[in-house]
Design a protein around this ligand. Structure first.
Ligand code: NAP
Length: 551
């Protein structure tokens, strides 16, 4: 039996920073990671075109001046290989790898009330105990495939983008299918269209998308960025999305249509999420404002796609721009002007099965060498559901969350003491530039552990009433946002997961923006963790264990 004071599950962006903070405090801790190496999202998603949609220099960790000064981001929106190199560099620089155990997929985490311990079991039978378990599982780490007949019968190669092979995939002259046109599909399609023999895109619903406008970062620009890091992170901290992009404070209806068009023309050509987040705030809340802006983007699509019929198919009809997370694209719409790229609208002619040689729709058979499923994730709670998590009295988390998700601050859960989530459901992370949200969550969890150590507490549990208050607040925030109407992972929709396909809203994301979220969790900490019951009355380290807290 391996005992640690803290076990972190997951060695992605959150797990890496969490173990750094624990190591700095001298807390006996380990990271258990299912993959064969660190990196999380950037370890798994190796598909062509995978890259940040956050400006690289706002995505990196902010905790070390030395790290900021030595790392040169080469592109404004850096690609997967470089991002993985960065995370490896961080782990090596700070000596974090020694805390990590790879190929260790935790399958069960049970709270032992008598001992005030968590008992963890990995897939290979290894067992661990810890006083605190920190779930850094990732928001989008459980890929989902369509439930199609015949998937196993396909004789070519097929994979979900999340499981893109580590070795290069030969695609030249190949007939390739991409199923799915979310942020991932849109990145893949833009990247491979001119590299494959033939590409057929199977689109169920189009997504609103706008140009990423990526570019290199020169030495001089990087030097300038280094000089401005304090300012950059301060801006991220005061914007709702945790980006450099600040909303236009003028009222949508206070300016003329010409002024609106001038703003949109400028934003469309600017890099990154500006088109979404530098826009008028009414885009997110007001149907009419959203419709006018959506029509503007529809026109941009029509101007880029030569075949008017194809252009119309690429324009979403069931939701407005920005009410789902906006995919950022590079040459995406132009891909459809190529003679080797074909669009199949599977809302009209659904895929009925996978065959030995390809895909069959209600209309005809298609033959492929490779089928790429860019079909999304069992988002946010999927990774929790994969672990048999049991709290006080053996209550299963999956049962507690079956009808409604409820947490306190997105960080803790009533009935699950000493279990922390630096980027959990209902935290600020999903709706924020992810690492900015993660640093907030990790810092908060670490401060709680420090507080408990100082005061001699060994047990922390959210009260039922605090949890209810937070969950009501999160739910209320959805009421203000148009996004509540969209079928997307922000509202817990996934047609491939039983129970999540009906479009019933699951309140997974805190929508109040990063500054409000930080205020809320800081206020709890400032009031001696009001809403948590902290106690020292139960539990002891198991006999023969290592010290609970290194001194
Ligand atoms: P997604 O947004 O959920 O998109 C999945 C796509 O697959 C949708 O077009 C969906 O169609 C389609 N689909 C799902 N099941 C299907 C089925 N059974 N048959 C046919 N089509 C099916 O997933 P994603 O594209 O992987 O993106 C998820 C999130 O990952 C993004 O929102 C973003 O937060 C993150 N991401 C970020 C980046 C980045 O630039 N940093 C890149 C990629 C992803 P429907 O719309 O009809 O359901």
């Amino acid at each position: 039996m391996n005992h640690y004071e803290v076990i972190v599950i997951g060695a992605g962006v959150a797990g890496i920073y969490q173990i750094k903070r624990l190591a700095d405090l001298g807390i006996e801790a380990a990271v258990l990671e299912a993959g064969s190496d660190l990196g999380g999202t950037w370890y798994w998603n190796r598909y062509p075109g995978a890259r940040f949609d956050s400006e690289s220099y706002t995505y990196g960790y902010s905790f070390s001046r030395e790290l900021l000064d030595e790392w040169h981001w080469r592109e404004r929106f850096s690609g997967q290989p470089e991002n993985l190199r960065y995370l490896n560099h961080v782990a090596d620089k700070f000596g974090l790898r020694k805390y990590m155990q790879f190929n260790c997929r935790v399958e069960a985490a049970h709270y032992d009330e008598a001992q005030n311990l968590w008992r963890l079991r990995a897939g290979d039978g290894r067992e661990f105990t810890c006083r605190f378990v920190i779930l850094a599982l990732g928001l989008l780490s459980v890929p989902t495939l369509p439930r199609l007949e015949g998937m196993e019968s396909f004789r070519g190669r097929s994979f979900h983008t999340f499981h893109w092979p580590h070795e290069p995939v030969e695609m030249a002259c190949k007939r390739v299918a991409v199923v799915g046109t979310g942020a991932t599909g849109i990145q893949v399609i833009g990247e491979i269209a001119d590299k494959v023999g033939d590409l057929t895109v199977f689109q169920r619903r189009p997504n609103w998308s706008a140009p990423l406008n990526n570019g290199p970062i020169s030495d001089a620009e990087m030097a300038d960025i280094r000089g401005r890091y304090d300012e950059i992170f301060a801006t991220c901290a005061r914007t709702p999305g945790g980006f450099e992009h600040e909303p236009d404070r003028r009222g949508f209806y206070e300016v003329t249509r010409e002024e609106r068009l001038a703003l949109w023309d400028r934003l469309y050509d600017e890099p990154g999420f500006g088109i979404w987040l530098r826009n008028f705030r009414e885009i997110f809340t007001d149907e009419q404002a959203n419709a006018e802006f959506s029509e503007y983007i529809a026109d941009r699509i029509r101007r880029r796609v030569k075949d008017p019929k194809v252009a119309e198919k690429l324009i979403p009809r069931d939701h407005g721009f920005g009410v789902q997370r906006v995919p950022m694209e590079t040459r995406y719409f132009e891909a459809y002007n190529r003679p080797n790229v074909h669009l199949v609208d599977i809302s009209e002619t659904p895929i009925v099965r996978v065959t030995e040689t390809g895909l069959r729709t209600s209309e005809r058979d298609y033959e492929f060498d490779i089928i790429v499923y860019a079909t999304g994730f069992d988002a946010i709670t999927g990774a929790f559901d994969k672990i048999d998590i049991r709290g006080v009295g053996g209550e299963a988390l999956a049962d507690k969350w079956r009808t409604t998700i409820s947490t306190f601050l997105g960080v803790t859960i009533h009935g699950f003491p000493n279990m922390l989530m630096p980027a959990g459901p209902q935290s600020g992370s999903a709706s924020t530039n992810y690492p900015r949200g993660i640093e907030t969550g990790v810092d908060w969890c670490t401060a709680l552990l420090e507080h408990m150590r100082t005061k001699g507490y060994t047990r922390a549990e959210a009260t039922a009433s605090a949890e209810k208050r937070w969950t009501d607040h999160v739910t209320k925030m959805y009421a203000m946002m148009l996004m509540r109407k969209a079928k997307s992972w922000f509202t817990g929709y996934n047609s491939n997961v039983p129970g999540h396909e009906q479009g019933t809203i699951r309140y997974l994301v805190y929508n109040g923006g990063a500054p409000k979220y930080v205020n809320a969790i800081d206020a709890v900490a400032a009031k001696d963790y009001e809403g948590l019951v902290l106690s020292a009355d139960r539990g002891a380290a198991p006999t023969g264990s290592q010290p609970v807290v290194a001194t």
